[in-house]
Design a protein around this ligand. Structure first.
Ligand SMILES: [Zn+2]
Length: 75
């Protein structure tokens, strides 16, 4: 599994799911609208501190927005 699959999972289920790096389910995300309904989504794992930044994503209204991103995540 790759982070891009987590994006699909998030879109379909509202949950990030399993970390593609370490397999932990201790994952989170932050969605930020920049222009209209589009913006970027940052996914990360609280266990191994890896993350993924996806730009130009459609931000669903159900997404949590502007969640603080831990500053020790490597994107
Ligand atoms: Zn991980």
């Amino acid at each position: 599994m790759k982070w891009i699959d987590n994006l699909v999972e998030l879109t379909e289920t509202g949950k990030v799911g399993k970390c593609p790096c370490c397999g932990s389910y201790d994952t989170s995300y932050s969605a930020n609208k920049i222009s209209g309904d589009f913006g970027h989504i940052v996914l990360w794992c609280n266990n191994c501190k890896n993350g993924y930044n996806a730009s130009r994503m459609k931000i669903n209204d159900s997404f949590k927005t502007n969640t603080p991103i831990p500053n020790n995540i490597s994107l």
